[in-house]
Design a protein around this ligand. Structure first.
Ligand code: 3HC
Length: 692
């Protein structure tokens, strides 16, 4: 065995050289790995008697891509291009032996190998689009030469990871070998290639899959049109499409590669990719808690209990069933339980209709859900999540009962979206077991899990909530206790401004349009209509003291009544409403105010800067551990456009002095409850940033 460098070794087995890479955690193509790979390839070439080379990785995965942390820093070590040329020009077949995830630059290296062998669990893909990028090492030119333009377009713009069997069927892998036998299988494959005298196949030379689409402008126009909504606001999908177009229509591979190079360089230095790369690391950083180290013991969770089988409870239950964990769902009546389980079944069956699940999988998941009408059924659960409606007295009563029923050591979680977790915990004799696990609706879809740490929550309980979040595919972020926690507290700050501007002369659709154009999935008024305007409202207590009261009194309760701030047609398309316009105008007039024209800039600044200001307070108070956690919450729970990096990153791009100056300029209009965050003021004055 020859040690090439700290991460690379070269061994031989008869006529086969094996170049092995080991750069934990994910074998990213950092400078040290590229150096080892290049040197290893060159050394293998001069070894006597070598007739084939197997490229394999140790640890949990094959090369998972370029080192994202190196972008924007001075280049070191050999470029990926040079390495790829070295592989393609090898005097013998080079076989990539793939396990784990072969992604981005890692898959682009594999695509330069003459053959690819993988275990069935291996996946491959070009996920650069999620980082605001495109595959910059020939991926956009080689991929369509294997799978054709249509499939390549879908793969590069969605960033999907393709499983082993599908990769084999699509020609991305040449052979699957049994799990655990990758090296032996790859060597055997290499020997077979030699025995059969198969050629040194180069993907770059294979044009036949491209030719049918040459000049087919409709293919690309149709793809753009069909996906316009999905790609809204993002630069990278369009740039990826242009590269596939170049692959199809360029006179040569090199010409297409040049287009890819130019567009990659533009994206990598742009603000969108910077924001998306930041968000990638922010999400992973959010997993880490300063005083709860990674080796903190956790509660083994083998059975989960959920109280409440409504929209939230049912959605939460699906997350656990999806990963094979049995769930006990408790309701107060058989009818409510049946209804809740029926909704879950319908959701699964809809997934099956879309081809995402087999009918056997639907049944497997449903079989993991057990209904019960008595809290006693939760006795043996390792984690219980309360998901009843937002009423402190009811929640305390439930927790007091749980305390007497659930086994010691179990986690007692509340899905409250705003209530005081410490007060809920005080209803038990074990406040250390109580934690907030705030899921977002629809809970089976939305990525965010806000884990709320009470004053007495133990470290193992916090660690368990974070860990189970990752297990069920959520992005978990930690919050301290305050009304609304990180996410809803910032939402309330935005809500206050949008309501204030309604009274100053803006209409709901003006405000929603500005925020939608900024990249949010919807504005605050469309969101209220979706949630229901009558949440927390009752006809008996309504005083007609707000526009919301007046809308509800007029029977306009939101989408469910086909009328709220907007009018809705049968397909739930929203239209500005003359009725709402009149209600707002009358209300404003009764208050003795004269409406003024409010510019789009003012709408955007007051909404987003008020959010930044509230976020700064949250950070200052230690409710959030770090600025990037706040961004993670808003990107994954509220649809803040990831290409703007979250409110904190956005504030840094605008410049904190500008944010402060504008908030000061709006002055009293910001409302009597508004005050500037001392942290924001300090940072702006010191020329500091939140996220850099
Ligand atoms: N560069 C640098 N660090 C990376 C990395 C990368 N490409 N991929 C993962 N990491 C780091 C993570 O930040 C994390 O670090 P931490 O432990 O310090 O927090 C650690 O590796 C483990 O990552 P995950 O927690 O995400 O581990 P998982 O097992 O859940 O997932 C994975 C593994 C599927 C490989 C996932 O990490 C992933 O999707 N990585 C990104 C893959 C990617 O986007 N590749 C393309 C890069 S761009 C490129 O190649 C450009 C080229 O075309 C020129």
């Amino acid at each position: 065995m020859t040690t090439i460098n700290a991460v690379t070794t070269l061994t031989t087995d008869g006529e086969i050289a094996v170049l092995s890479l080991n750069h934990p955690p994910v074998n990213a193509l950092s400078a040290v790995l590229r150096e080892g790979l290049m040197a290893g390839l060159q050394q293998a070439k001069v070894l006597p008697g070598i007739r084939a080379l197997v490229l394999i990785c140790e640890g949990r995965t094959f090369l998972a891509g370029a080192d994202i942390g190196e972008f924007g820093k001075p280049a070191q070590g050999p470029s990926l291009y040079l390495i790829q040329d070295e592989i393609e020009a090898a005097p013998y077949p080079v076989v990539a032996a793939i396990h784990g995830t072969s992604l981005g630059g890692g898959f682009e290296v594999a695509l330069c190998c003459h053959y690819r062998v993988a275990v069935p669990s291996a996946k491959c893909g070009l996920p650069e689009v999620h980082l605001g990028l495109l595959p910059g090492a020939g991926g956009t030119q080689r991929l369509p030469r294997i799978v054709g333009a249509a499939k390549a377009l879908e793969m590069v713009t969605s960033g999907t990871h393709v499983g082993g069997a599908d990769s084999l069927a699509m020609g991305l892998f040449d052979q699957l070998v049994p799990e655990g036998e990758l090296l032996a299988g790859a060597k055997q494959f290499a020997r077979q290639v030699l025995a059969e005298g198969r050629p040194l196949r180069k993907v770059r030379d294979a044009d036949d899959k491209l030719l049918p689409d040459r000049g087919n402008a409709a293919l690309f126009a149709d793809f753009r049109a069909a996906n316009a909504k999905r790609f809204r606001g993002f630069l990278a999908p369009e740039y990826n499409i242009r590269c596939i177009e170049a692959a199809v229509n360029s006179a040569s591979f090199e010409d297409g590669k040049q287009v890819e190079r130019t567009l990659f360089l533009e994206l990598v230095s742009g603000i969108q990719s910077q924001a998306q790369r930041y968000a990638f690391f922010a999400e992973r950083q959010a997993q880490k808690i300063a005083d709860v180290p990674a080796d903190t013991p956790t509660v083994p969770v083998a059975r989960v209990g959920i109280i409440g089988a409504g929209t939230m409870g049912g959605g939460i239950a699906m997350n656990f069933a999806n990963v094979g964990l049995p769930v006990t769902l408790v309701e107060t009546s058989q009818a409510a339980l049946d209804k809740g389980l029926a909704v879950v079944r319908r959701n699964y069956e809809n997934s099956a209709k879309r081809g995402k699940l087999s009918s056997a999988q639907v049944e497997q998941r449903m079989a993991l859900l057990t209904g019960a009408l008595d809290l006693q059924a939760l006795a043996g659960c390792d984690m219980v999540i309360e998901a009843v409606f937002e009423n402190m007295a009811i929640k305390k009563e439930i927790f007091a009962k749980l305390d007497a029923i659930v086994k010691p050591g179990a986690v007692l979680a509340t899905n409250t979206s705003a209530l005081n977790v410490n007060e809920i915990a005080s209803a038990t004799a074990r406040p250390e077991a109580v934690v907030g696990m705030h899921f977002f609706s629809p809970a089976n879809v939305m990525k965010l899990l806000e884990v709320v740490r009470g004053d007495k929550t133990s470290k193992p309980v916090v660690a368990t909530a974070m860990q189970i979040g990752k297990k069920i595919g959520k992005v978990a972020a930690l919050s301290g206790v305050c009304p609304g926690f990180i996410g809803n507290r910032i939402l309330a700050a935005r809500g206050a401004q949008s309501q204030a501007m309604l009274l100053e002369g803006a209409m709901p659709w003006d405000i929603d349009r500005v925020l939608y154009d900024f990249g949010m999935p919807m504005g605050p008024f469309a969101m209220s209509d979706l949630a229901g305007l009558d949440i927390g409202w009752s006809a008996e207590t309504s005083k007609g003291a707000s526009i919301r009261d007046l809308l509800c009194e007029a029977g306009r309760r939101g989408q469910k009544t086909s009328a709220g701030y907007y009018d809705y047609d049968a397909a739930r398309n929203a239209r500005p409403s003359e009725v709402t316009r009149q209600i707002v105008a009358d209300f404003v007039a009764r208050q003795g105010r004269s409406p003024r024209a409010i510019s789009d800039t003012e709408i955007l600044e007051r909404c987003t800067y008020a959010m930044v200001n509230e976020a700064a307070k949250i950070l200052d108070e230690g409710i959030a551990q770090r600025a990037s956690d706040i961004d993670t919450v808003w990107i994954n729970g509220y649809g803040w456009p990831v290409y703007r990096g979250g409110p904190m990153f956005y504030a840094d791009t605008v410049g904190l002095p500008t944010v402060v100056a504008q908030l000061q300029a709006y002055g009293e209009m910001m409302g009597p409850g508004f005050s500037l965050s001392p942290l924001l003021l300090r940072k702006a004055a010191a020329g500091e940033h939140f996220t850099r």
